[in-house]
Design a protein around this ligand. Sequence first.
Ligand code: ASP
Length: 333
Amino acid sequence: MGENIQGGTRRVVVLGTGGTIAGRAGRAGDNIGYTAGEVGVSELLGGIDAPEGIALLAEQVAQVDSKDMSFAIWQTLAQRCAHWLAKADVAGVVITHGTDTLEETAFFLQSVLAPSKPVVLTCAMRPATALAPDGPQNVRDAIVVAATAGVRGVVAVCAGTVHSAFDVQKVHTYRVDAFDSGDGGPLAYVEEGALRVLRNWPAPHAATQVFDRVAGAVSLPRVEIVVSHAEARGAIVDALIAERKRGSADAVQGLVLAATGNGTLHHALEAAALRAQAEGIAVVRATRCMQGRILAKPDESLRDAGALTPVKARIALALELLAASASGRIEGG
Ligand code: ASP
């Protein structure tokens, strides 16, 4: 399955999933008119020197534009990470990934694996065929992080910056330095093959113990995201309730409300959300602000996702519903 690239004593395994980092354009000057997920992961490692004493092993897990990321790929990734991390000589895993949903995959893997070794997602904003591609340096930096003793958990590396899976967000459509950690700040920088740590590494939070459930599931419980905004209505939520009442097999089980500011909702959407909760749909509010967290107030009728962004809150709620279905307990909020 894997392919040995270079010799060494400890291994870093590089799993390829596609993305712009593996993208190919018709001409070298084109940074946007390319097809993502075309170049194989072994090819991406060409010309990259591993740190001393490290052997690289490449494995192609998927080859997609990450806008189309799926639960099936997440399942395979979680299984391949668990497989490799269990080996004593594997220092860590690097995952090459598209930038669009990188933060979702990072958060999913952190929630499911809570690994005690590093799992490092990396990416590129320019295709592999660009005049000055950013992918090779990002891969090199990611390998350094994966090989560094003492590093643990799922992180993202882009433009020389290390972000935690909890904080990382894509914040720019075009710039090479496209990710940010909000007010938490980055964990570290990678400078000429060395890590400069900036703040305490996040404590390994208790894994949700859903690895086996994820491995055995056909799909994640359906959780939809609905945005609150000026003139918002409850129509989308009511349609989801109606679908559930009709007994649709794939009916919504959870709802994340991308709320304004400190978790506030348009009154029409809030009323619909309360109807959904009364129907047994799990409802969570997550702020649509780029920074900060929801500071809970007493007597809120709809619970909040704290500092999680709506897309990460969706994953957290889906995993919670998956775990609850194992114990026969699905809560309506
Ligand atoms: N659409 C691409 C992807 O996410 C964008 C990128 O990788 O920068 O796969």
